[in-house]
Write a protein of this length. Structure first.
Length: 189
């Protein structure tokens, strides 16, 4: 007697079990909460990614066609010096009768009650810059004021005709990059 041929049985995959569904749901919930927590660190109006970051040490301010760039106070042993660049971006090619009227002059630099003494060229023509501090020839020196490196102080840059720019600048030590920023004392004879 022969046996009848048995048909091959096919295995049908079983439906996912409850344990598998629960583990998938737990992983999905964990990933969702992590994503929400990580996204919350950089959101809002005061998020660090919304803040303007300057690549230099100093502070920048713009008022119309005038800019004060990378302004710092270098606290040294013989006084403190302001280092900054003043840029006048006024259009020198505009059709006006007096092109020289767009030039400005550095009239003063102050921090609180302390007034800096300015020496050297102070005129900033249209479409040009004036470097203050370092070896540029123009200096703004505080002789009686004491500034502490690592702090921030208010600084007012007065330009003529009647323009005043106010900013808060860092105070850095006369070391490293700023080692030669303050003028040296005149040699005694």
């Amino acid at each position: 007697m022969t046996r009848p041929l048995l048909r091959a049985t096919r295995r049908v995959p079983a439906a996912p079990g409850r344990a598998l569904l629960r583990s998938r749901a737990a992983v999905l919930a964990g990933l969702t909460s992590c994503a929400a927590l990580l996204a919350g660190c950089g959101s809002g109006f005061d998020a660090q990614t919304n803040q303007v970051q300057y690549p230099g040490d100093g502070t920048n301010v713009t008022s119309g066609s005038l800019k004060v760039l990378n302004a710092v106070i270098v606290a040294g042993s013989s006084g403190s010096t302001v280092t900054m660049t003043i840029a006048n971006t006024a259009n020198a090619n505009a059709l006006t009768p007096d092109i020289a009227a767009r030039a400005v002059t550095l009239a003063g630099v102050a921090s609180g009650d302390a007034q800096a003494s300015i020496s050297g060229p102070t005129k900033v023509a249209a479409q040009s810059t004036l470097q203050v501090g370092g070896s540029s020839g123009t200096t703004a020196q505080f002789s009686g004021a004491s500034f502490e490196p690592g702090s921030y102080v208010p600084l007012t840059v007065q330009l003529d005709p009647s323009q005043s720019l106010s900013l808060t600048v860092p105070v850095v030590a006369e070391a490293g990059y700023y080692a030669t920023a303050t003028p040296t004392a005149a040699p005694s004879s």
